[in-house]
Design a protein around this ligand. Structure first.
Ligand code: HEC
Length: 139
């Protein structure tokens, strides 16, 4: 798994993100995400690897779609932007501690973490914002 590099100035640090009522209202980067970059991150098996668990008709050119999680068709209509950001930051804080969806922008990634991964998040703040922008296009 590729790991997000060090924080860019102006970015909210993982430990400082507040999830309230299943929502994170402010952009983590202070900027709007880029939906077409988010689409690439979604499909990238080494980054979000979202397709391992989620079907998504918008990416029908990709061969394998997992079914462990719900289909994300219409996710942008089911959830608001702050809700999608909360889900992307830490699905465990939104659904349950036991969800198998990874916490993509959290330092609480579980026990027995490889030493070189301690203090890192799976995705960067920018990648989270790009994914939020992309998910909002799935209507
Ligand atoms: C290891 C499997 C797994 C991976 C990888 C994963 N998810 Fe999930 N996701 C789930 C499961 C399971 C749920 C349902 C929540 C629960 O556990 O009840 C979920 C729920 C969601 C939801 C809410 C679904 C709805 O009802 O509309 C969204 C949005 C979502 N995931 C987006 C993503 C994105 C984007 C990625 C990639 C960055 C991703 N997920 C990666 C397993 C996964």
């Amino acid at each position: 798994m590729l790991i997000a590099s060090t924080l860019v100035a102006g970015t909210v640090a993982p430990g400082d993100v507040k999830i309230e009522n299943i929502a994170v209202s402010e952009s983590l980067t202070g900027m709007a995400g880029n939906a077409s970059e988010g689409r690439k991150t979604f499909a990238n098996r080494k980054l979000g690897n979202c397709l391992a668990c989620h079907a998504n008709a918008d990416l029908s050119e990709q061969l394998f779609h997992g079914e462990v999680g719900p289909s994300l068709d219409g996710a942008g209509a089911r959830w608001s932007e702050p809700q999608l950001r909360a889900i992307m930051v830490n699905a465990k804080a939104v659904f349950s501690d036991r969800t198998i969806m990874p916490a993509f922008y959290s330092l609480e990634v579980g026990e027995n973490v490889r030493k070189d991964l301690i203090g890192k998040t799976i995705l960067s703040a920018e990648q989270i914002e790009d994914l939020v922008a992309y998910l909002l296009t799935l209507k």
